[in-house]
Design a protein around this ligand. Structure first.
Ligand SMILES: Nc1ncnc2c1ncn2[C@@H]1O[C@H](COP(=O)(O)OP(=O)(O)OP(=O)(O)O)[C@@H](O)[C@H]1O
Ligand SMILES: CC(=O)N[C@H]1[C@@H]2OC[C@@H](O2)[C@@H](O)[C@@H]1O[C@H](C)C(=O)O
Length: 364
């Protein structure tokens, strides 16, 4: 066995995913652990996504707190599995993205990797995005190479979409280089809207969205945002699709809509930005496999199937991969790539000048 831990704390800021992964042959998920972020840390991380007073020190303090949460989770997971630190080759720790501005040459993930190595006694690989950006790439998305490793088929043209806070698509065409790019909002705008109007973290199963009506005029207007027509390489995040983007769009729309109909329209926006990008970039695609938290949103899954009638729309579970743990597994795999000196980026995806080994190692 070659045991790696992948740690992901995604843009939706719901919590920390830890995946114990065997990377001796095809990646296998052996065990997993989820820890919600303590509310104070969650709101501080969210605040740090924008500039504010004393942010350098606050970023460092929040990074340490994040690493402590991860170390606690890792210790618990290892104890449950009767493993010790010595059994683990390395931790691949994505960290928490607080800024993503590849056009200005940076993407910032905080997570105190030195402290995490110290607290766990395990080597940590972190800072996966900066080398790709230094080589002219977007630094994101990085999971397409892992999707290719797990899901590429000799015959079927497949696509994967990870629907977390934002959504990113991977296109797997037999005999061709893997393609991939961010499509736009995933759950982030829906989460923000339901939080504002109903005080809930997310729209469980998409029930609220399903009870409203999609306003097609508003949907068309939202889809006119130039990001959607742009072809890859492209990536996005909270800097672009934020609640103020939605408020500006609603102001431009003018007509007052029921909150529930806006939720229905946001759900349709996520489905359509994915389906449009997929059809534009790989019209031969036969199957769409969904992973990330959005795979649990029944209304979103139904809208995706409606928008893509010629394709089979499934979650990755249909191929035996739990949709909730793929991102964390991807960072375990990327950590091994770094340790082995193998490139983790794919220039056709990120737009980097070439293949690069991603990440920095903090030895145990
Ligand atoms: N049962 C459910 N019904 C509807 N939506 C759900 C459900 N469970 C999770 N979600 C959505 O999935 C989100 C979390 O998804 P995920 O864990 O993939 O995000 P992430 O790791 O933060 O994302 P990213 O890929 O952007 O880094 C939640 O914020 C919520 O919107
Ligand atoms: C900068 C950043 O954290 N980007 C995330 C985010 O969440 C989804 C999408 O935007 C994707 O680009 C990326 O995550 C996955 C793990 C990736 O790099 O493939």
């Amino acid at each position: 066995m070659a045991l790696y831990l992948g740690v992901m704390s995604g843009t939706s800021l719901d919590g920390i995913d830890i995946a114990l992964t065997d990377l001796l042959g095809q990646p296998q998920l052996l065990a997993h652990y989820f820890s919600p972020l303590p509310e104070a840390l969650r709101s501080e991380l969210l605040a740090l996504c924008q500039s504010g007073p004393d942010e350098l020190a606050r970023q460092a303090v929040a990074g340490n707190a994040w690493a402590e949460c991860v170390a606690t989770g890792i210790k618990q997971l290892l104890a449950e599995q009767n493993l010790t630190a010595a059994d683990i080759c390395a931790i691949g720790s994505h960290g928490q993205t607080v800024r993503h501005e590849p056009a200005r040459g940076f993407s910032v993930q905080i997570g105190a990797p030195a402290l995490l190595a110290e607290l766990t006694g395990i080597s940590v690989v972190a800072d996966f995005r900066s080398r790709d950006i230094a080589a002219g790439g977007q630094g994101a998305p990085l999971v397409p190479a892992f999707h290719q490793q797990l899901f590429a088929d000799d015959i079927e043209v497949r696509a994967l979409v990870n629907i977390g806070g934002f959504s990113n698509l991977t296109l797997l065409t037999p005999g061709a280089a893997v393609q991939g790019f961010d499509c736009g909002p995933g759950n982030a705008l829906m989460d923000a809207w339901i939080r504002l109007h109903r005080g809930q973290d997310y729209d469980a199963d998409g029930t609220w969205a399903a009870s409203g009506h999609v306003n097609h005029t508003l949907l068309t207007q939202l889809l006119e945002d130039p990001f959607f027509a742009q072809r890859g390489p492209k990536s996005t995040g909270r800097e672009y699709f934020h609640p103020a983007w939605l408020q500006a769009q609603l102001k431009r729309f003018g007509e007052k809509l029921e909150a529930v109909d806006i939720q229905a329209t946001l759900c349709a926006l996520t489905a359509h930005c994915i389906s449009q990008a997929l059809l534009a970039q790989q019209p031969q695609c036969q199957r769409l496999l969904v992973c990330g938290g959005g795979a649990h949103n029944r209304q979103l899954m139904a809208l995706l199937q409606q928008a893509l009638p010629a394709l089979h729309v499934d979650t990755t579970q249909a191929l035996g991969a739990d949709p909730d743990w793929l991102e964390a597994m991807a960072f375990a795999w990327l950590a091994k790539c770094c340790v082995d000196g193998t490139p983790g980026n794919r220039p056709a995806v990120t737009g980097a000048r070439g293949l690069r080994v991603l990440g920095a190692i903090y030895p145990a």
